[in-house]
Design a protein around this ligand. Structure first.
Ligand code: H79
Length: 442
């Protein structure tokens, strides 16, 4: 990528920048949702059961599971207990950033994206915009943890050789200034706060969110991004998502990578990233049981599926209010890492194989379940055998190599309707022995 030019505050110009290559080569990142919502850590388990939406549900809207959340709140903490009071229990007292970063490295992830600020407005780093606009302490350094949680994790993650990025919510549900005067909020809170975060901590990724309330013009995001690409210390490094106004999602795949959540899926041929939790929530949800979490093997399958379609997986974990990553989440990350130690060659720095760039029938499948499994039809490439009647294969490629992901393998394979290069060798990653193969069809 060449970043020689000066970008103007419009998408046509911004889209000329492109997305730094490191991002799409990384394939696997860890998402962290950590904030005051880790204290109640409660959501009704099910699709959209997001513990980080607790405050919104508590305030009462007609959407989602607000009634159950309110009932839980009244019973557990007493009716009328304000959400802000949870902050005194957000201690992070056992937070060990080095231990977190080691788990991330061992998971095989190449980057980390931490919530610098979610829709609740609470910041994991010190900035005066948060405290001044709220009229009280509303960040981790002046608040209960008395610690730069964001800065400490950033340092530890970089020491382990991973890139560090931040999720940042443009808007805050209940920020007094936002509620009073949106334009002033953009000018006096969001813009300087965003610049402070970028200038001091130099993120490699910015996952903007909460953009849907206003247009990109109202957020003044094109000029913010022109600043980011022209003047900021990360102008050559940073990869940014597509959420900069209610008119930007799914667009601008020059300046931005496209975002997908919980399997909403994305066609190959664009740079994109899928985010989802190990369970149904982003923030830690105490109501989730082991059965509500995906199995490690399914997480690997999800990574393979996404990467074979050209995307990245941003797998989310929710730490506890006292600063621990729940052990079951750590275990699953380490399982993925063990698999990647052997098979990472077929994941990192790959592209989708040309044949796997389409859905098997040319159309996106109707259900999410089918979306995970539907791929270039195995029938066309490998002969079905009775005991492999329903296997689905996934493919990635690098110059000189084609990788095939199969749920099982034999001593011998039949390659159908594809002609390997002369002298091609088939091997199984992790084994040095060549696999015998025969070819049928062209
Ligand atoms: O940070 C994560 C989510 O909290 C955030 N984006 C990801 C990365 C997100 N913001 N909005 N949404 C997700 C979708 C909003 C869904 C809603 Fe609902 C449906 C809001 C109200 C109804 C689900 C049910 C959440 C609250 C009740």
């Amino acid at each position: 990528l060449v970043f020689a030019q000066k970008y103007e505050a419009n998408w046509e110009s911004l889209n000329k920048r492109g997305i730094p290559a490191w991002f799409n080569n990384a394939k696997f990142g860890i998402f962290i949702h950590w904030g005051v919502y880790a204290v109640p850590s409660y959501a009704v388990v099910g699709p959209g059961g997001y513990s980080e939406w607790y405050w919104y549900n508590l305030r009462g809207t007609q959407e989602g599971s607000h009634a159950q959340v309110q009932a839980f709140h009244d019973k557990s903490y007493g009716k009328g207990t304000p959400y802000e009071q949870f902050e005194s229990q957000f201690t992070a007292s056992l937070f060990n950033p080095q231990q977190w970063a080691q788990v991330f490295r061992r998971s095989g992830a190449k980057y980390v994206v931490l919530t610098s600020k979610h829709h609740e407005g609470y910041c994991l780093w010190d900035n005066k915009q948060a405290n001044e606009s709220w009229g009280h302490s509303w960040n981790a350094v002046t608040g209960t943890p008395k610690r730069d949680l964001l800065g400490d994790l950033t340092e530890a993650v970089r020491k382990e050789g991973l890139k560090m990025g931040y999720y940042y919510s443009l808007y805050e549900w209940f920020n007094p200034l936002w509620l009073k005067d949106r334009q002033r909020y953009v000018k006096e809170v969001m813009t300087p706060q965003f610049k402070d975060l970028v200038t001091r901590y130099k993120p490699s990724v910015i996952f903007s969110d909460g953009e849907w309330e206003m247009s990109d013009t109202a957020w003044q995001s094109p000029s913010l991004l022109a600043w980011l690409f022209n003047e900021s210390p990360v102008k050559d490094e940073v990869a940014i998502d597509d959420r900069w106004g209610n008119n930007t999602r799914g667009k601008n795949n020059g300046a931005t990578y496209l975002t997908s959540e919980y399997g909403s899926g994305m066609q190959p041929g664009v740079i994109w990233e899928e985010s989802q939790g190990i369970g149904q929530s982003y923030g830690y949800n105490r109501m989730e049981t082991a059965d509500d979490y995906k199995k490690s093997s399914d997480l690997v399958l999800m990574l393979v599926d996404i990467v074979s379609r050209g995307g990245n997986l941003l797998l989310d974990i929710g730490p506890t209010a006292d600063g621990r990553i729940p052990v079951i989440m750590q275990q699953k990350l380490l399982d993925i890492g063990k698999w990647l130690e052997v098979n990472g060659e077929a994941i990192y720095d790959t592209k989708p194989w040309k044949e796997s760039r389409q859905w098997s029938n040319g159309k996106r499948p109707e259900t999410k379940e089918a979306a995970y499994m539907a791929h270039y039809s195995v029938n066309d490439l490998v002969k079905k055998s009775a005991d492999h009647a329903n296997i689905e294969l996934f493919f990635t490629a690098k110059p000189g190599a084609l990788y095939c992901f199969a749920p099982a393998y034999r001593q011998q394979v039949t390659i159908r309707n594809y002609t390997p290069a002369k002298g091609a060798v088939v091997t199984v990653l992790g084994s040095s022995k060549a696999v015998k193969w025969t070819q049928k069809g062209k």
